[in-house]
Design a protein around this ligand. Structure first.
Ligand code: ADP
Ligand code: MG
Length: 350
């Protein structure tokens, strides 16, 4: 079970292309770790997984499994198993044969194959379905077969590319728990791509945040949530987007409400943007903010407040069900909950 390490790695799809998907990427995925990759569409999440699997070449630099450079190692020799969003099952084969296919190709004797398939089927609750074809299964069952096919090979690493995004919310939550359980039981190094914040936060030991510019931050869910390294991560992580208020005259009243300081004072302190999570904003009595929109989420509401002349509202989470459009309130944030970023977008020490 290896550490997976990118050292000064580059990736571009076309030798002549200007655009690099990755440029000088350095990333150390620890052995046994559950690492989640997040980032906007097109930033290179699938590309990164496919490089680890050996399905895409590395254009420059090194990819190491522990101390072994694997840039040129063919996929079958890497000992990694990949699970895709679209399941990629063989339609004409039964569940049993789908799960056992890789073992058959690898030349494993029938009896050993049978034992491994039965064991995987038991773990994934597929025992009753082994003689069915993929078309006779639900989405969740198909994804279980795809996972079964991966685990019977006893891989040294699992790669998942948005495996649950075709499932409905209930099933997704259930499969999420099963994947967490599999990892807990086997401790296999896992790299998992998702665009679902809850999946990322709940499954990950550490999260890699990628943007079109490459690696933005690599840290535990708590580190990313509590101390985002820059404006990109601040705006990207969290189920409710962080309020990010630029330090300029149009936002003077919002800034005053959040920090108690004037635009001039904040700018003089080298601050370019103030951040406050909706979860950290308290709604109190007062008149500085007027309710523009209330989004009911069940136990809580996301309330949009207009403050001063700024066109962007400040959003706060509140459990107060009496809040309604047009009302006036004031907002308060504990000072230690504020995030400060420099004009270059990097996080400033508190
Ligand atoms: P993500 O999975 O984060 O959405 P991808 O890794 O699929 O992103 O793609 C990263 C970038 O590489 C995108 O700009 C995409 O258009 C480009 N790309 C992906 N696959 C290929 C390919 N086979 N040939 C050329 N460009 C590709
Ligand atoms: Mg992708």
């Amino acid at each position: 079970m290896p550490n997976i390490v990118f050292q000064h790695a580059d990736k571009r799809y076309d030798e002549r292309a200007e655009r690099y998907v990755f440029r000088d990427l350095n990333l150390h995925i620890r052995k046994g770790e559950f690492t989640v990759l997040v980032g906007p569409s097109g930033c290179g999440k699938s590309t990164l997984l496919r490089m680890i699997a050996g399905l895409e070449s590395v254009s420059g630099g090194d990819l190491l499994f522990d101390d072994l450079r694997v840039n040129e190692l063919p996929p079958v020799k890497r000992g990694v198993a990949m699970v895709f969003q679209n399941y990629a099952l063989y339609a004409h084969m039964t569940v049993y044969d789908n799960i056992g296919f890789g073992l058959k190709i690898a030349g494993l004797p029938k009896a050993e194959r049978h034992a491994l398939i039965q064991d995987a089927a038991r773990q994934l609750q597929l025992e009753e379905l082994l003689q069915r074809k993929p078309t006779q299964l639900s989405g969740g069952q198909r994804q279980r077969v795809a996972i079964g096919r991966a685990i019977v090979r006893k891989p040294s690493a699992f790669l998942f590319d948005e495996p649950l995004s075709n499932l409905d919310a209930n099933l997704r939550a259930q499969m999420r728990a099963e994947i967490a359980e599999l990892h807990r039981k086997h401790g296999v190094t896992t790299v998992y791509v998702t665009h679902d914040q809850v999946e990322a936060m709940t499954l990950a030991d550490r999260i890699v945040v990628l943007s079109r510019h490459g690696l933005e931050q690599f840290g535990t869910p708590d580190e990313l949530f509590d101390t985002p390294a820059n404006l990109f991560v601040a705006g990207f992580m969290g189920s409710h987007r962080m309020n990010l208020v630029p330090v300029d005259e149009t936002h003077a009243q919002q800034l005053l409400l959040l920090t108690g300081q004037s635009t001039g004072e904040l700018a003089a302190a080298g601050i370019g943007t103030i951040g406050a999570r909706p979860e950290d904003i308290e709604v109190v009595d007062g008149s500085a903010a007027s309710v523009q929109l209330v989004e009911r989420l069940g136990a809580e509401s996301l309330v949009h407040f207009a403050v001063g002349g700024s066109l962007t509202p400040l959003c706060a989470l509140s459990t107060d069900r009496s809040i309604a459009f047009g009302q006036a309130r004031a907002l308060r944030v504990p000072p230690h909950k504020l995030h400060r970023f420099g004009p270059n977008g990097q996080r400033l020490a508190p």
